[in-house]
Design a protein around this ligand. Structure first.
Ligand code: AHG
Ligand code: MN
Ligand code: MN
Length: 335
C-alpha cells in the first residue's frame, strides 16, 4: 500500500517552502480544514435533520439565505476567531467586514475573505455545492483592529486561496502560490488525503459552462462565442459539450480537471456581473493561474482589478487558457 499523505501533514511539509514562515498561515489552513469537516457533516445531514430550506432572511445582496449558508458562515468565523492568527474576515453573508477584537486576534497578520456556501440554491436538490476562501496579509499595523483596506486588496496580493467541494466526495483544493493540490476526504478516517497532486489544467478543453438563458441579455460578442462552441470542427473538437451546474465551485472544479471554460458575463440584469470579485472570482483566479489557466472579466485579468467595495461584482471568464483567449477575442469582434 502506498503511503497516504494527509492534508495536515502536507500543509506542515509545505511550510518549508517559505523560509521565514512562522506557522501562522499553516494554522489558518488547519482551521479551514476543521471548519470544512464541520460544514461537510452538516451538508451531509441536510436531508436528515430539519435544516433544509430557507432561513427566511435576505442577505446583503437581497438573496434568500439558506440555513446552511448561515451555519457554514458561523463555522468558519468560529474557527478563525478561536485560531487567533486572523484579525478579521469578510464574508458574502455579511454587509461589512468583521474585525476580531481579542488581543490575540488584533496581533493576527492575516485576513480571510470567503463565500461560506456557493451554489446554495442547489442545496435543496442535492447538487454539489462548495466553500471558497482567500487569504491576504493585512496592510494595517499589527496590534490594531482590522480596517477596510486590509480587505480591498488586489487578487495578486493573495497568499493562499482554495475551495472545498461537497460533491459525490468532498474535496479541498488550495494553493499558496506554488502550484495547486487537491485532497479528498476519506470519511472512514475523517482525513483529507492527497489525491490530486500538482494539478495542471489543460491548455484547451471541450466543455463550456454558461447560463445560456442569459444570452439575449449580454454582449453580442458572447453570442458569437457560444455559436463558435456549437459549430462543427473536428480539428478543435467542436461542438464542445455544454455543461452548467449552477454551482460555480462545481463547474470550476470539473473544468479545472478536464479542461473547459466557465463564463458569467455582465448582463442586462447584472450590469456589473453576478459573481463577487473578492469571495468568488479572485480565489478561483489564483488557483486557475497556478494550474496554467486564465481568469479575466472579458478584458482585464481578474487579479489585477483594484477592488473599491467589499461586495463588488464583475464579469467572469475562467478556465483553459486558449478557450478564455478565444472568448475574449469574440468580445472585441474577433469571431
Ligand atoms: P451563491 O450561492 O454563493 O450566491 O453563488 C451562486 C452563483 C454561482 O455559484 C453560480 O454559478 C451562479 O450563481 C448561478 O447563477 P445563475 O442561476 O444566474 O446562472
Ligand atoms: Mn457563491
Ligand atoms: Mn454563497
Amino acid at each position: 500500500m502506498s503511503k497516504i499523505t494527509t492534508l495536515s501533514e502536507f500543509i506542515l511539509l509545505k511550510q518549508q517552502d517559505f523560509p521565514y514562515a512562522t506557522g501562522e498561515l499553516t494554522s489558518i489552513l488547519q482551521d479551514i480544514t476543521i471548519a470544512s469537516k464541520i460544514v461537510n457533516r452538516d451538508v451531509n445531514r441536510a436531508g436528515l435533520v430539519d435544516i433544509l430550506g430557507a432561513q427566511g432572511n435576505e442577505n446583503v445582496q437581497g438573496e434568500q439565505q439558506q440555513k446552511l449558508d448561515v451555519m457554514a458562515d458561523e463555522a468558519f468565523i468560529r474557527a478563525f476567531k478561536s485560531g487567533g492568527e486572523v484579525c478579521g474576515i469578510a464574508s458574502e453573508e455579511h454587509e461589512d467586514f468583521v474585525a476580531f477584537d481579542s488581543e490575540k486576534s488584533k496581533n493576527g497578520k492575516y485576513v480571510v475573505l470567503f463565500d461560506p456556501l456557493d451554489g446554495s440554491s442547489n442545496i435543496d436538490v442535492n447538487v454539489s455545492i462548495g466553500t471558497i476562501f482567500s487569504i491576504y496579509r493585512r496592510v494595517s499595523p499589527i496590534g490594531t483592529v482590522a480596517t477596510k483596506e486590509d480587505f480591498l486588496q488586489k487578487g495578486t496580493k493573495q497568499v493562499a486561496a482554495g475551495y472545498v467541494i461537497f460533491g459525490s466526495s468532498t474535496m479541498l483544493v488550495y494553493t499558496t502560490g506554488k502550484g495547486v493540490n487537491g485532497f479528498t476526504l476519506d470519511p472512514s478516517i475523517g482525513e483529507f488525503c492527497l489525491s490530486h497532486p500538482d494539478i495542471k489544467t489543460p491548455e484547451t478543453g471541450r466543455l463550456y459552462a454558461l447560463n445560456e438563458g442569459n444570452l439575449n441579455r449580454c454582449d453580442p460578442g458572447l453570442k458569437d462565442y457560444a455559436e463558435y462552441c456549437r459549430q462543427d470542427d473536428p480539428i478543435t473538437g467542436r461542438p464542445y459539450s455544454g455543461r452548467y451546474i449552477g454551482s460555480l465551485v462545481a463547474d470550476f472544479h470539473r473544468n479545472l480537471l478536464k479542461g473547459g471554460i466557465y463564463i458569467y458575463p455582465t448582463t442586462k440584469n447584472h450590469p456589473t456581473g453576478r459573481l463577487r470579485l473578492l469571495y468568488e472570482c479572485n480565489p478561483l483566479a489564483f488557483i486557475v493561474e497556478q494550474a496554467g489557466g486564465l481568469a479575466t472579466d472579458g478584458h482585464t485579468r481578474i487579479m489585477d482589478i483594484q477592488p473599491t467595495e467589499l461586495h463588488q461584482r464583475c464579469g467572469y471568464y475562467i478556465g483553459s487558457k486558449q478557450m478564455v483567449e478565444k472568448a475574449m477575442s469574440c468580445l472585441t469582434g474577433g469571431f
